[in-house]
Design a protein around this ligand. Structure first.
Ligand code: GAL
Length: 675
């Protein structure tokens, strides 16, 4: 995509266009292959290549002994060919010499068993020995290449927390204690926060505290949540240390690749987001889901939320099959373009792939790549070229923004704690409820922003709050103030029950039932009646609930729908409360998809938001700037659809005066003038 380069790009990584890139692992191939590779990269219009992601063993083959010949050569080759480098610090997986000399860096599981080298990321996030070696490597790499003109971006480690976030070793335990001391200051405060009067868990000294290692019975939930918080902060702290080392040697922007939805559950990315110069996400289509394309768009919108609406980069995705699902489904023709378009429509300004050339050896040898094992006479290579050409044609989209008037409040702390053990139902899944809300909004043709609890909600007409199990006082007040000021909210079951120390939200005397949102909702819960496995409940309006029912007691709310059967028959299932100038709806069950869509449609109508839909399997998403609007239509369905408009269709270059036809399976992007 080099045609659109401008010298005035706002950030080092950006160009005046959509960036096209990939991971490249030249250490897996002889030098002769590198030349073929780079020639083909040029042919494919590759702009940026991530290298040295797993380079540690190659560049430091023995302790303190460096060999940069290959890395120098590949950076020079890429640079000569106009390809920029997203340079890995190389620290993601330590070489065997390090874990052999220092087995204490290996991570330990909750049951005390160690994890061994032979895979990747086998290091304890708290290990000072690992940090010393990794930071030394990062600093040598940063000094060597810090002002190299090819380096457009720094890539710290890789997917921090993908495998090793939770380590329960003694070193981690000591670090956890230090973190707790800083958080609570006194052991009395910690005892209070963790509720240690329960089961004789009172601590008299910091040294008695352990990470939540495997126990005979259920553990302490507050201890677990603090360990989850600590484990996120510990890796973030590690990232900051690498960042400082790079900053000392380079002015190029620095990032690391997140995985905001699937594999990395342990990192609170709201806390990470301000620390990276560019939000970068890795996303792979999950074929285990009924509608993987909905999860993809959820992930892309959440990534944009982390980026505060700024352009972000898809740092990794696959051209076709991955190698780590039970069945590694290949992409059908057209699917690659649709998935990429969905990320673009939702704010990505860069699309990168894992990886350039499919590996011949190792655990990922059956993973797809831009250049497949079959070579250039292949479906995948033709799609690589086609995709690159499409990204070129979409260059005018770069830098534009996605506007949304509806938000989902998303919380990693509730994601972790809602699924703790000893809750009323093990079927309550935070992510599932967030997806359910998202899916209903997406079906209504509404673009969704994601915001953290406590965010400024002023710009939104409707906010959905799925299963926000724990919430602190000020964030709870923020939602109430938003509604009082004229906002609309939908809150779903198992929300607002606990404070941020997982104490149920009732006063100390037990006189008030739990619930941060009782006043806002004009309703409170007398008793939970979770459904048994696979159980359902009928509602009086014909809807079906699953997972959850409860006895709701209304104070000021009106009842919209009641449960029609089961143990809670006759009790409210959905309530609506006028609160200040706004309205808050409460949903006391997991509604079936159609009914959720109906509920969301009426909430949207009341909030004055109109969606743009061309059918359930068609995404319509708009990016815009002050002068132009870019309407993406991504047709996942088997039927042709059409969109009214006037302007230029960017994927074909066709001029449009009236109607854009979007054939089944196709993507079209209409550029319209706003003025
Ligand atoms: C990512 C990782 C890559 C590669 C890819 C395969 O998690 O960052 O190195 O393993 O998955 O899908």
């Amino acid at each position: 995509m080099r045609r659109h380069e401008t010298a005035s790009a706002a950030h080092g990584w950006q160009r005046d266009g959509i960036l096209f890139g990939c991971d490249y692992n030249p250490e897996q191939w002889p030098v002769s292959v590198w030349h073929d590779d780079v020639a083909l990269m040029v042919q494919a219009g590759v702009d940026i290549v991530a290298i040295n992601i797993f380079g540690w063993a190659s560049i430091e083959p023995r302790p303190g002994e460096y060999d940069f010949d290959s890395l120098d050569a590949i950076i020079a080759l890429l640079h000569e060919n106009g390809i920029r480098v997203n340079l890995g610090t190389g620290t993601s997986s330590p070489p065997p010499w390090l874990s052999t000399r220092h087995p204490e860096i290996l991570p330990v599981m909750a049951d005390g068993t160690r994890r061994w080298p032979g895979g990747r990321q086998a290091w304890c996030p708290s290990s000072p020995v690992f940090r010393e070696h990794a930071l030394r490597l990062a600093s040598v790499v940063a000094e060597r290449y810090g002002s190299h003109p090819a380096v457009a971006l720094w890539h710290v480690s890789n997917e921090l927390g993908c495998h090793n976030a939770l380590c329960y070793c003694d070193v981690s335990a000591a670090s956890f204690r230090r973190w707790l001391e800083a958080r609570y200051d006194s052991i009395t405060r910690l005892n209070d926060a963790w509720g240690t009067t329960f089961w004789s868990q009172h601590y008299s000294d910091w040294s008695e505290i352990l990470p939540p290692r495997s126990t005979l019975s259920a553990g302490n939930p507050a201890q677990r949540l603090d360990f989850e918080r600590f484990s996120s902060e510990e890796l973030l702290g590690y990232y900051r240390e690498e960042l400082a080392v790079i900053r000392a040697a380079s002015t190029a922007p620095v990032t690391t690749n997140f995985m905001v939805t699937a594999h990395i559950r342990t990192q609170d990315y709201w806390r990470w987001a301000p620390e990276v110069d560019l939000i970068a996400n890795d996303h792979y289509v999950d074929y285990r889901l009924d509608r993987p394309e909905v999860e993809l768009s959820f992930s892309a919108d959440l990534t944009r939320g982390l980026a505060h609406g700024e352009p972000w980069m898809l740092m990794e995705t696959a051209t076709s099959a991955v190698s780590w699902q039970p069945h590694n489904i290949a992409k059908v023709p057209g699917e690659l373009v649709r998935t990429v378009a969905s990320h673009l429509a939702r704010g990505a300004d860069g699309i990168c792939f894992f990886q350039w050339r499919a590996s011949r050896q190792g655990a990922e040898k059956f993973h797809s790549a831009l250049l497949p094992h079959a070579g250039t006479d292949s479906k995948i290579w033709r799609e690589t070229l086609g995709l690159s050409a499409m990204l070129d044609r979409l260059a005018p989209v770069s830098g534009t923004r996605v506007d949304a008037r509806v938000a989902i409040m998303f919380s990693w702390e509730s994601r972790w704690s809602a699924s703790h053990e000893t809750h009323p139902s093990e079927d309550v899944s935070y992510l599932t409820e967030a997806h359910r809300a998202y899916s209903a909004l997406r079906s209504a043709g509404v673009t969704v922003d994601f915001v953290p609890p406590g965010a400024d909600l002023a710009g939104y007409s409707l906010v959905i709050v799925p299963t926000l199990y724990c919430v602190n006082d000020s964030d709870a007040r923020g939602l109430s103030d938003y509604v009082a000021g004229g906002g609309h909210a939908v809150v779903t079951f198992f929300s607002g029950l606990a404070d941020d120390e997982l104490r149920l939200r009732m006063d100390a005397t037990g006189a008030t039932p739990p619930g941060a949102f009782a006043e806002l909702l004009g309703a409170w819960t007398e008793e939970f009646f979770p459904l048994g496995q696979g159980g359902t409940a009928s509602l009086t309006d014909g809807a079906t609930g699953s997972i959850w029912t409860e006895i709701v007691r209304v104070t000021t709310a009106t009842v919209m729908t009641e449960f029609a059967d089961g143990q809670v028959a006759g009790h409210p299932a959905i309530t609506s409360n006028a609160f200040g100038d706004g309205r808050a709806i409460y949903v006391a069950t997991a509604l079936d998809d159609d009914s959720y869509e109906t509920l969301v449609a009426s909430a949207l109508a009341e909030a004055g938001v109109t969606g743009h839909t061309l059918g359930a399997d068609v995404e319509v998403v708009t990016r815009s700037n002050g002068t132009d609007r870019f309407v993406f239509v991504i047709n996942h369905s088997a039927s042709d659809v059409s969109l009214a408009g006037t302007g230029t269709e960017l994927t074909t270059g066709e001029s449009i005066d009236g109607i854009v036809a979007v054939p089944a399976g196709a993507v079209r992007v209409l550029r319209e003038s706003i003025r």
